[in-house]
Ligand binder design. Structure first.
Ligand code: UD1
Length: 417
C-alpha cells in the first residue's frame, strides 16, 4: 500500500488549480443512467471514486467511450443490467445514487446496501422513504435494496434532514416521474446546484435548487448531458489551509468565494486575510492565528468535510478552540493520530477541545478516511521533522494529483509506492 512521506516546516506559496468536484461529479455521472443517449462531461477529476463509478456504470450498460484530459464521454444504457452488486458498492457508498435513476428509467433497480463506514452508520432511510412516496415498492433482500414500480408519480416529499445524497437521488428519480414533485427541506449544497444544471442540460425541468424547496416537472425522456463539473470546494479549502498552517500564502483558481464562504469566514475570525476575485481565492496571515469555536452544519454552514482540516490548523493556534461535529457521529478518527504528532485535543461525544501547541512533531500516522487523511497531511506540513502517512488510498479517492500540486507550491512531499 502506498504511503506519503513529508518533511515539514516549508512555507507553501503559490497558485493551485482546483480540480473538478468529486462530490458533484458522482451524482452527475450516475444521472447518465437516465438516458440512452451519449453524455459528455468535462472537468471530471481522475480519482478512485470516479473510476469505481465508471465500473459500476459499465455493469449497468453505460459504457465509457473515452476519458481523456478530464473529459468523459459516456454512452447511454439501452437495456442492460439493473443491478449494482455488493463487490462494487462496498467500495463506495455513493453507489446508492444508482437506485433513483434506475427505478425512474426502468421501473426496477437493485443496489447492494452500502453498509457502515468509518465516519458513522450512514443509513439510507431518507432515500428509500422518498422513493416510496414517489410510488416505488421497496424490498430488502439478502443485503440488497430493490425498488420497483410501473411508473414513478410526482408528489410532495418533506425531508426530516437535508441529506445531500437523498436530495440527489430523489431529484434524479423525479425528473422522469409522471407530473410534479415538490422536494422540501432539501440540501442546498453547491453540488446539488451543479447536478440540477447537468440534469437541465438533459432536458429536465427543475427549479429552486440551492434553496429549501425544489420543484420538478417530470418529462417522458431525457437526452444526453453536456456539462462541466464545478470546482472542488473541499480541495480548495484544504490547499488554502495548507498555506496558512505553514505561514505561507496560497491562491486557488477555479472556485468562487460563496461556495467556500463559511470556511473563509472562520479563517478570517482566526485573523487571516482573504482576497477574492472571480474564481480566485487567496488566504494569508501573520502567525500565530487566534483560536475559534465552530460547528459543522448543512450548507451554507461550515462543511463537515472541512472539519478535520480546520482542526489541524487549530492545533497550531494560540489558546483553546471547540469543534462540534453535528453531521456524522464518528468523525473524530483523526484525533488520536494528531495526538501522536503532539496535538493537545480532548473529545467528549461530538465535541473536541483543541489547545494550541508550540510545535507539532513528525510521526508515523494512519489515515482513516478521506478528510482525516487530508488533515494529517496538513499537520505534517507544519510539523517539525518527518511524517509518513499510511493508507493513502483514502486520499486517492478525493484529491487529484495531490503530491504534484503540493510540490508545485513548495512542499517536501513524496509518495512511497
Ligand atoms: C455527502 C458527501 C459527503 C459529505 C456529506 C455531508 C458525497 C458523495 N458525499 O454524503 O462528503 O460529508 O454529504 O455534507 O457527496 N442520513 C440519514 N439517512 C439517510 C441519509 C443520511 O440518517 O437516508 C444522515 C447521515 O447518516 C448523516 C447525515 O444524514 O448523519 C448527512 O448525510 P448526507 O447529507 O446524506 O451525506 P452523504 O450524501 O452520505
Amino acid at each position: 500500500m502506498d504511503k506519503i512521506w513529508i518533511k515539514g516546516g516549508k512555507k507553501l506559496n503559490g497558485t493551485v488549480k482546483v480540480s473538478g468536484s468529486k462530490n458533484a461529479a458522482l451524482p452527475i455521472l450516475f444521472s447518465s443512467l437516465l438516458t440512452d443517449k451519449k453524455s459528455t462531461f468535462s472537468n471530471v477529476p481522475d480519482l478512485q471514486d470516479i473510476r469505481f463509478t465508471m465500473k459500476i456504470l459499465e455493469t449497468l450498460d453505460v459504457h465509457t467511450e473515452s476519458y481523456e484530459n478530464n473529459k468523459l464521454i459516456l454512452k447511454g444504457a439501452t437495456n442492460g443490467s439493473k443491478e449494482a452488486t455488493y463487490d462494487l458498492v462496498r467500495k463506495m457508498r455513493a453507489s446508492v445514487l444508482a437506485l433513483g435513476p434506475l427505478v425512474a428509467r426502468y421501473g426496477y433497480g437493485k443496489v447492494s446496501l452500502p453498509g457502515g463506514c468509518a465516519i458513522g452508520a450512514r443509513p439510507i432511510n431518507f432515500h428509500l422513504m422518498g422513493l416510496q412516496k414517489l410510488g416505488a415498492e421497496i424490498d430488502l433482500q439478502d443485503g440488497y435494496v430493490i425498488a420497483s414500480c410501473k411508473k414513478l408519480k410526482g408528489t410532495r416529499i418533506v425531508f426530516d434532514f437535508p441529506s445531500v445524497g437523498a436530495t440527489e437521488n430523489l431529484m434524479m428519480a423525479a425528473v422522469l416521474a409522471q407530473g410534479e414533485t415538490v422536494l422540501e427541506n432539501v440540501a442546498r449544497e453547491p453540488e446539488i446546484v451543479d447536478l440540477a444544471k447537468s440534469l437541465r442540460s438533459m432536458g429536465a425541468k427543475i427549479e429552486g435548487e440551492g434553496h429549501e424547496t425544489i420543484l420538478i416537472q417530470g418529462v417522458n425522456s431525457l437526452c444526453g448531458a453536456s456539462h462541466s463539473v464545478m470546482g472542488d470546494r473541499i480541495e480548495a479549502g484544504t490547499y488554502l489551509i495548507a498555506g496558512l498552517i505553514t505561514g505561507g500564502k496560497v491562491t486557488t483558481e477555479g472556485l468562487e468565494r460563496e461556495q467556500l464562504d463559511a470556511v473563509l469566514e472562520k479563517l478570517k475570525e482566526m485573523g487571516a486575510q482573504v482576497e477574492s476575485s472571480e474564481d480566485r481565492l487567496t488566504v494569508s496571515a501573520k502567525l500565530p492565528l487566534r483560536s475559534i469555536d465552530f460547528q459543522t452544519q448543512p450548507f451554507p454552514g461550515f462543511p463537515t468535510d472541512m472539519q478535520a482540516q480546520l482542526m489541524a490548523l487549530l492545533c497550531t493556534t494560540e489558546g483553546s478552540s471547540t469543534v462540534t461535529e453535528t453531521i456524522f457521529e464518528n468523525r473524530f478518527m483523526h484525533v488520536p493520530e494528531l495526538q501522536r504528532m503532539g496535538a493537545d485535543i480532548s473529545t467528549r461525544g461530538n465535541i473536541a477541545v483543541v489547545k494550541g501547541v508550540d510545535m507539532l512533531k513528525g510521526a508515523q500516522v494512519m489515515a482513516t478516511d478521506l478528510r482525516a487523511s487530508a488533515c494529517l497531511i496538513l499537520a505534517a506540513l507544519r510539523a517539525e521533522g518527518e511524517t509518513t502517512v499510511h493508507r493513502v488510498y483514502h486520499l486517492d479517492r478525493g484529491y487529484e494529483k495531490l503530491e504534484e500540486k503540493f510540490k508545485k507550491i513548495g512542499a517536501d512531499i513524496y509518495r512511497i509506492e
